[in-house]
Design a protein around this ligand. Structure first.
Ligand code: ZN
Length: 241
């Protein structure tokens, strides 16, 4: 590990898109392991579940406490309210609706172009903070049918941001080719059982926002697509490790 210092360059610093879920918590750890200065950004876009916003704070606080070396690197957190966009997007994540598939084959949980909006807003903050790297937990392996999670989309977005900002802006997607099982393995590699425990206990993935029942893989309803993916990944990882 290198020690953060005041002369760190833009490429030593990364802004993590941090929702408080398993994926972005793993991305945060990945960034803390790699960059001298790390900040986080979250988005309030009319999510049905305020538990997500609380999960963000809890994961950050637990990491700060458990990993002093990372705590030195972890800087500001910011939440940007883009609820007007959420109103426009109207998916099952932002209003009460059935979680399933739409007539065009996309999941009802798809918020149109969500990741592109997030990255664009994040790039404005990154530029102001002198950072040239954005980190996101997008993943095309356990592909839920979200076209804005594909590598091709994100490559195009990084290029658009670089052109539009007039300076380099990279998008790191460490989970892009990992299965959910491999994401658990990555967390374990980065922070051992302590980090896995933090992610299990504090991160939130469930689409229904349930925190009532504690499973060995964390809290959630256990039946929505997000819980099913998380549970399957956990079981596969446990079986393989
Ligand atoms: Zn669930």
């Amino acid at each position: 590990m290198t020690t953060p210092n005041s002369t760190s360059s833009a490429s030593d610093a990364a802004l993590v898109l941090f929702s408080g879920g398993q994926d972005s918590a793993s991305c945060l750890a990945w960034a803390l392991d790699r960059y001298a200065r790390v900040e986080t950004i979250g988005f309030a876009y009319g999510q049905r579940h305020h538990v997500e916003m609380q999960a963000r704070l809890n994961v950050r606080a637990a990491i700060l406490e458990a990993f002093p070396g990372w705590a030195d690197r972890l800087g500001e957190d910011r939440v940007v309210d883009i609820s007007g966009y959420g109103d426009l997007a109207e998916s099952a994540l932002t209003r009460e609706a059935e979680i399933g598939f739409r007539d065009d084959g996309l999941p009802t949980t798809f918020v149109p172009a969500r990741n592109l909006v997030f990255l664009t807003v994040a790039s404005a903050l990154a530029m102001r903070r002198g950072m040239s790297v954005l980190v996101g937990g997008m993943c095309q392996t356990d592909y839920s049918g979200y076209p804005d999670c594909r590598q091709e989309t994100l490559d195009a977005q990084a290029q658009a941001l670089t052109l539009g900002l007039g300076r380099p802006m990279r998008v790191d997607t460490p989970l892009m080719d990992l299965t959910k099982s491999q994401t658990w393995a990555l967390a374990h590699k980065l922070g051992g059982d302590r980090l896995v425990d933090i992610i299990v206990e504090h991160s939130h993935t469930c689409y229904r926002g349930e925190r009532g029942k504690r499973h060995d893989w964390g809290y959630g309803c256990g039946t929505c697509p997000a819980c099913e993916l998380r549970e399957k990944g956990w079981r596969d990882w446990k079986a393989a490790s």
